[in-house]
Design a protein around this ligand. Structure first.
Ligand SMILES: [Zn+2]
Length: 161
């Protein structure tokens, strides 16, 4: 899973273009760092057809755009050995035709997108737990037990990952 890097400004600009929204509005919607990601293929998706973007590190939400739809995904990470594989637990879809129609439709599109992004971020955050040793809010993929993060497991308990 790529981490945020110097390309995040380019990624944020590309995403705001694709969404047909102005840059400022998009940064309010996705205040975290934005970067391009590869998402493990979805059953109903042609590989490579969707451009996926992630916001946040740890990732809080993924947004995908293809020719016809904008997709908002609730992210999850599984481990393939030592390699984290990003996928989406649920994907909500909005037709891009809505954004391209009249001003009222575009407003509806923006409202729906905002609702989906906020709801998805909330769902993801609900799966974070506070590590009882370092007190950091930790996503499921970085925990070795319900309330212990991998860093503390390695540092304080000699667990090797
Ligand atoms: Zn910890």
């Amino acid at each position: 899973m790529p981490s945020p890097d110097g390309h995040s400004a380019e990624a944020a600009a590309s995403l705001s273009d694709l969404l047909g929204t102005n840059y400022g509005a998009m940064r309010r919607l996705l205040p975290a760092e934005i970067y391009r990601v590869d998402l493990a293929a979805e059953a109903d998706d042609v590989p490579g057809r969707t451009q996926w973007f992630a916001a946040g590190s740890p990732v809080l939400v993924v947004v995908g755009v293809d020719d016809t739809e904008v997709k908002v995904g609730d992210p999850a990470v599984r481990w393939d050995g030592h390699t984290p594989v990003l996928h989406a637990r649920r994907v909500y879809r909005l037709p891009r035709t809505l954004a391209r129609a009249d001003a009222a439709s575009k407003e509806e599109f923006d409202r729906e997108l905002e609702f989906l992004v906020r709801r998805t971020r909330w769902l993801r955050m609900r799966r974070f737990r506070r590590c009882h040793e370092c007190a950091r809010m930790t996503p499921p993929e970085w925990r070795t037990s319900p309330d212990l993060c991998q860093s503390c497991a390695e540092r304080n308990h000699g667990v090797v990952h």
